[in-house]
Design a protein. Structure first.
Length: 604
């Protein structure tokens, strides 16, 4: 997996550089081993929140709108042919007419097709004038229209039970005409399998089954992660744990975007019903390649490689605020406006101002945690508070632009409170253990975990010069991530020969330099803030070890020897047991020690 940073990619060694950007738009891949194993979100260059590694939709005919070719010949009655006419029927002037004088008589199409039993067909036609008698339409052995068709345009979906072609029955007193008859098979490529009680309708699949029955299409591979989108138009559908290890549950009327992981030996997309009439449409399935790096643009026009620790969103409904409790006159309308992910899935929350209104949801949180949520107003500004059922609150000013607000404290009942008559929009709620927020982890009905990003094992012994060189990085450590295990390292895979840096606080950087099993440098250096972007370079060789930050040399030490066998660049510890937690814009390894002037320029 090639790791791409901002406007460019990791690069192979050229001259003295392992990774480089030649500023001409030309880059060359130098691969890291990257893994995460779960889906993860990021802020894309266009400002929208997206899922990393999302692939194109693999469902065919997900809105059930695909139709086959026209089956009726001469459905516009341009000629007096291709129809079998009962007594009293005639074809002229672009229509078929019945005189209403000959009892029950039928006209039916007689060429070009034969309905397939069990298949569904879309049938349309116009009734142009109507007498006092009754008339009905039939197709495939089914009399599908109401009696006494009036002047109108008609559309029916009929599942054939025989090979009978389309026909219209006229009866005594029923003087009327028809034109523009069309019959087309629905889902002509047979993408969908319909269980008992399922049928196709107007761009939807509908079930009236009283017992569980399924709709499916073969698209999945077992064990992979998928983003599933669908819209329930009426009733209730179910995703079963027998088919999925994630995303299971019951879904009522609304639009959904959830993650699923198929577990059964059958690789079908399954939707079950057994709850009366239920309809579904707009089904999409996209594989999520979970081991895909994230280039994030949060407050950053250049982009950075986002490396975060494992976190769990304890809020079980991060976007569906209809599942939250409402208190003191707060009213929620879901899917009201466009959210930060670009779709219409953000909620409207109306506070009546008669008392302190709030929306809230219970979680299993304990200890210190951080709540985050995206909020905006329709116009103007509005003061609201966020927090939990215990502890302090954080008052924030919401504007007409989406912003993510955070609160760190204790409590297991996240809330959004407002004391005024006001309307705000809400989306993307999260509660995670820890004292800073990480990227959004969407949930639908259950807590969800994003694994840590792991990026290591780049390069080989041929790419590095153990006797001298420079390790350079432009990065910003995540808030409160100070730890001796939060490392960037160049080594032989052990602590015997290593060069590494790690944050000990927001203004202290830890250094390690080992050669041939001896620790030659172990130092804490005071630097400018590490939670904003810094350019840091470590030089070794020629009897000297130096640290540069943002254009200045801030530490130097004489060294007795140089390491041997450097062959691995890790965005982690040398043993790959702990991972870098940072925003990384650039990493380079030079195979010769640069001059002081070059290092000052490089880190400026």
């Amino acid at each position: 997996m090639a790791v791409k940073l901002g406007n460019g990619n990791w690069a192979v060694k050229e001259d003295k550089l392992l990774a480089y950007n030649d500023n001409s738009g030309l880059f060359f891949n130098k691969e890291f081993d990257f893994s995460r194993g779960t889906s993860a979100t990021y802020v894309a260059k266009d400002g929208l929140i997206k899922t990393a590694g999302i692939q194109p939709n693999i469902v065919n005919n997900g809105d059930f709108s695909e139709l086959g070719s026209e089956l009726v010949t001469n459905g516009t009655f341009e000629t007096d042919s291709d129809w079998t006419k009962g007594t009293g029927w005639s074809i002229a002037d672009g229509r078929a007419s019945y005189d209403g004088l000959n009892g029950t008589q039928q006209i039916f199409s007689n060429t070009g097709y034969s309905p397939v039993v069990g298949k569904t067909y879309k049938i349309t036609f116009n009734v142009l004038n109507q007498g006092d008698g009754n008339n009905t339409a039939s197709f495939g052995g089914v009399v599908f229209s109401n009696t006494n068709l009036s002047v109108n345009s008609y559309e029916f979906y009929v599942t054939a039970i025989s090979t009978g072609r389309f026909g219209i029955f006229g009866r005594d007193g029923g003087v009327f005409s028809i034109d523009n008859v069309s019959v087309k098979q629905v889902d002509p490529n047979d993408y969908w399998t319909l269980g008992t009680g399922w049928s196709f309708g107007d761009n939807r699949a509908t079930s009236n089954a009283s017992t569980n029955s399924y709709l499916n299409q073969q698209v999945y591979e077992i064990g992979k992660t998928y983003k599933l989108g669908f819209e329930v138009l009426e009733g209730t559908i179910e995703l079963r744990s027998a088919q999925y290890s994630k995303g299971t549950g019951f879904y009522t009327t609304g639009t959904y975007s959830i993650e699923v992981i198929p577990t059964t030996t059958s690789t079908h997309f399954y939707v079950y019903t057994g709850f009366g009439q239920s309809s579904i449409t707009n089904i999409t399935v996209q594989e999520i390649q979970t081991d895909t790096p994230r280039i994030d643009f949060t407050n950053d026009t250049k982009g950075h490689l986002l490396l975060e620790p494992s976190r769990t969103n304890l809020i079980t409904y991060s976007e569906d605020f209809s599942q939250w409790g409402t208190v003191n006159g707060a009213v929620v309308t879901d899917n009201f406006t466009t959210s930060p992910d670009g779709t219409q899935n953000a909620a409207k929350v109306v506070y009546d101002g008669t008392s302190l209104g709030r929306i809230e949801i219970s979680t299993g949180a304990s200890g210190t945690n951080t709540q985050s949520i995206y909020l905006k107003t329709a116009s103007g500004t509005q003061a609201v508070s966020i927090g939990a059922s215990s502890g302090s609150l954080t008052e924030v000013t919401v504007t007409s632009e989406w912003q993510r607000f955070t609160h760190t404290g204790s409590g297991n009942y996240p809330r959004v409170l407002c004391n005024d008559a006001a309307t705000i929009y809400a989306w993307g709620a999260q509660l995670e253990s820890g004292d800073y927020s990480t990227s959004l982890i969407p949930t639908t009905g259950a807590a969800s975990t994003r694994n840590a990003d792991v990026c290591n094992n780049s390069g080989s012994a041929q790419d590095f010069n153990s006797e001298e060189g420079v390790l350079y990085a432009e990065l910003s450590f995540l808030e409160s991530s100070a730890s001796a295990t939060n490392q960037l390292s160049l080594s032989d895979g052990s602590s015997d020969n290593r060069i590494m840096i790690y944050p000990l606080s927001n203004t202290q950087l830890g250094l390690r330099f080992n050669a041939n099993g001896s620790q030659l440098v172990t130092q804490t250096v005071t630097v400018s803030s590490l939670i904003i972007y810094s350019k840091i370079a470590i030089k070794w060789g020629n009897g000297n070890y130096s640290l540069y930050q943002n254009g200045s040399e801030i530490y130097t030490q004489t060294i007795a020897s140089t390491p041997i066998g450097l062959d691995k660049l890790n965005l982690s510890s040398v043993t790959e047991t702990s991972n870098l937690k940072s925003k990384v814009r650039n990493v380079q390894v030079f195979t010769e020690a640069l001059t002081d002037e070059q290092l000052e320029k490089l880190t400026s």
